[in-house]
Design a protein around this ligand. Sequence first.
Ligand SMILES: [Zn+2]
Ligand SMILES: [Zn+2]
Length: 240
Amino acid sequence: MKIKILGTGTCVPSLQRSSSSYLVQTKQLNILIDVGPSVVRRLLEYGFTTRDIDVIILTHFHVDHTADLSTFLFASNYDVEARAKELSVLGGDGLHDFYRGLLAVYPWLLPRSYEISLREMSKGTLNKGGLVITTAQMEHNNESIGVRVEERKSVTFSGDTDYTKNLVELASGTDLLIAECSFPERKVDGHLNLEILQKIVDEANPKRVLISHLYPEWDDFSGVLHAPYLLGEDGMEIEV
Ligand SMILES: [Zn+2]
Ligand SMILES: [Zn+2]
């Protein structure tokens, strides 16, 4: 599996960091984890188009994780290059309402040339294209989920979250944990800092940890991160 880091940022506009989104490339599927603002453009920068994506997983509905879903769906209807293959969208509770709301505001997003399938799975396991996709409820919003994608190896995404045993379980022994760590030190409800992330890492024992969802405070971070940590940067590619 190859993971392309499309964005490591937040709601704070930044030229260096697009909002947190990731592309998981497996033998059979390309999975987009979150679709924050400017991520459709990031895909192009890194040599992909919206038509390369088979599955979109939304960790929750905050704007920095979903704003470009409308861009994605609108582009899929552009008749010169209209999408033909099915698009699967997976999310937590309320995904259907979220999608209906989007169509109420933007009726032009209704798929014209392809099928879209929505699935709400706040906790569960799904076999798709030779992969096992597992989700668990996170500690951020009602609909927040973490996601583990497993082929022979595994990658686990925390989405936005505070400390929760569900993340420890989901990430247990994973080859790569892509974890939100919004702030190095400051503790904000619903998010992690390095100290709390370390507790999760101690308990879940992932082999590598990529730190993402980075607020501007990280620009002034002068500490040193040791293995298993990697500080996320947009454009990184990691193989597991
Ligand atoms: Zn966020
Ligand atoms: Zn959020």
